[in-house]
Structures are given as C-alpha cells and as structure tokens.
Design a protein around this ligand. Structure first.
Ligand code: PLP
Length: 293
C-alpha cells in the first residue's frame, strides 16, 4: 500500500478543477455510478438525507427508531431532529450488530431501523429487510462510509457478481465527501414504498454557499500542501507546534465539535452544484481500484 505524506490529512482538489466545476453549464448526472436502484435525491449531507427520509415517510414525534449503539452521533442527531425517539441496539467490537438484540428492542412505537455499513464494510443483513417489511418497519441503510462498496455474491446464473451496498432496505444514504474531494454532498436513494403511502420528499432548499466555501478551504489547503515540499514542511512544523501546546486538563470533558451535530440551518438543503460537478468528474472504477490496492 502507498504511504501518504505525513501532512496529508485528506483528499486533494485543484484550483483548476474547482474553476471548471464553477463554470460548467451541464447538469451533472449520477446515472453511471454504481449506486443501488431507486430515486436519487441529492442533499447537502448524509445527515440531511436521513432527516429527509424520515420526513418523506411521515415519521416524527411519537415514532421510535432503532439505531446502532456504535455510531458517529450526527446520524442519531438527524433522527432526533426529525422528531423521533431513538433506542439503541448492541454492536460488537467488530462493528457487527446483534440482530437478536435489535429485534428484541422493537416496540409498538418502532417505525424505523437504521443499519450502518461501518467503515464501508458491507453488513450481512440476511433476512432483515423481509422481516422489517413483514413487521411494518422501514429499513434505512446508512452507507455514509460505503460509497462504491459492494456485496460480493457467489457465482450464480442470472445474478450479478457484485451488487452496490444500500439495495436491501427502503432507502440508503451516502456521504460523498468521505470518499471524494468535494466540499459537501449526500445522496438519498429512495425506493417505492411498500408501506401503503408513497414517500413525499417535497421541495429542497438551495445549497448553503457559506458552508460549501468553509468546507472547500481545507480541500484547497491540502491541494497546495501536497504539491509543495516547502509548504508541506512548514505546515508540518505549524501542526506540531499547535499539538505540543494543546493541553487537556483533568475533568475537561468538552463536548463534541458542532460539526458532529445536525445543523437545522442545513435541513432540506440540496447538494451544491460545485460538489455535484466535481463528484461526477470522479471515476468510481479508479477509486475502487485504488482503495483495494
Ligand atoms: C455512520 C455515519 N452516518 C452518517 C454520517 C453523516 O454524514 P454527513 O457528514 O454526510 O452528514 C456520518 C458522519 O460522519 C457517519 O459516520
């Protein structure tokens, strides 16, 4: 495996790519991407996509969701923002859910089960999808880490060898900046409802450009730092200096940064056109090859 420079903290985006993305006129299409089947809704982030799915299914106060006890926090915050009460099911040290525990925790108020393909490793969901449908529950697959991940099937006539993650539940959400060098972007893949009423997504609001720019700056910084040895050395020194001076006093249990929460200002926000254009310029096959090497 290739070792990245020590100061490389993320993917890189170039000024010219950015400029091209700003000036491109065509509407980007995600049709060539290996995504599960369903209607694609482009959102600001995966957490916005989660809240949107709850809205589209008319879930809210009085309803309960089951979520994995090992989580990032912001996906749970998105469920809370949609008004749901959240209960947790057990997850083992290998990030594998305890499905028996999950099923045991279903109550008369449970409407939704959130499952997470943690670190992009596809979960074996076995018959969970069928079981959820039979019990009137919605299954939402959190594929925030799993863009371009796939389930491998043993060779069998008429069945594809690889299937994109996110095709087993009623919907799946993806977080693009976790894989691609873009400032914002989530995808909600929504399938036809098997629960009686059709999902109603409604209108999405325009992208929030202040946030997009704020997220774009670290990407541009990475681009510059990775391309110049001098800048890389200076940046390494600066970071070391900052880390050396950082002290944590005993009893300091400061809260998580705001970026770990669901920001109501971003609710129902669309993916920015810049991110959509940069994303569609990326080559999924190359990314998968690189990730596997
Ligand atoms: C498992 C999981 N789900 C959802 C999210 C939310 O992704 P986004 O930052 O695109 O809202 C995260 C973010 O870190 C995550 O780790």
């Amino acid at each position: 495996m290739k070792t990245l420079p020590p100061t490389c903290t993320g993917p890189s985006i170039s000024l010219s790519q950015f400029a091209r993305a700003f000036s491109a006129a065509d509407d980007p299409s995600f049709a060539d991407w290996p995504l599960p089947p369903g209607r694609l809704i482009l959102t600001h982030s995966a957490r916005v996509a989660i809240a949107l799915a709850c809205n589209a299914w008319n879930l809210g106060p009085g309803d309960e969701a089951l979520a994995p006890a090992y989580n990032c926090g912001c996906e749970v915050d998105a469920l809370l923002a949609a008004g749901l009460h959240v209960q947790f099911y057990r997850v083992d040290r290998h990030a594998q859910p305890d499905w028996d525990d999950c099923r045991r925790r279903v109550t008369g108020r449970t409407r939704l089960i959130l499952v997470t393909h943690t670190f992009g490793r596809p979960l074996g969901l076995n018959d969970l999808g069928t079981w959820c449908r039979a019990n009137g529950l919605r299954l939402l697959e959190d594929c925030a880490h799993a863009l371009f991940s796939s389930h491998a099937h043993p060779p069998e006539a008429g069945r594809p060898r690889w299937e994109p993650v996110g095709g087993l539940g009623d919907a799946a959400v993806f977080s693009l900046p976790k894989t691609l060098p873009i400032p914002d972007g989530g995808i909600l893949v929504l399938r036809d409802d098997t629960h009686g009423s059709a999902p109603n997504v409604g209108e999405l609001r325009r992208a929030d450009f202040a946030t997009v720019w704020r997220e774009a700056l670290p990407l541009l910084k990475n681009h510059l730092v990775q391309r110049s040895t001098v800048l890389r050395a200076c940046y390494g020194l600066l970071r070391k200096n900052r880390q050396d001076r950082r002290t944590v006093s005993p009893g300091d249990f400061s809260d998580m940064p705001a970026s770990y929460y669901f920001d109501p200002a971003l609710h129902r926000r669309r993916m920015s056109a810049v991110s959509a254009r940069l994303a569609t310029a990326c080559q999924p096959t190359q990314i998968v090859e690189r990730r596997r090497s």
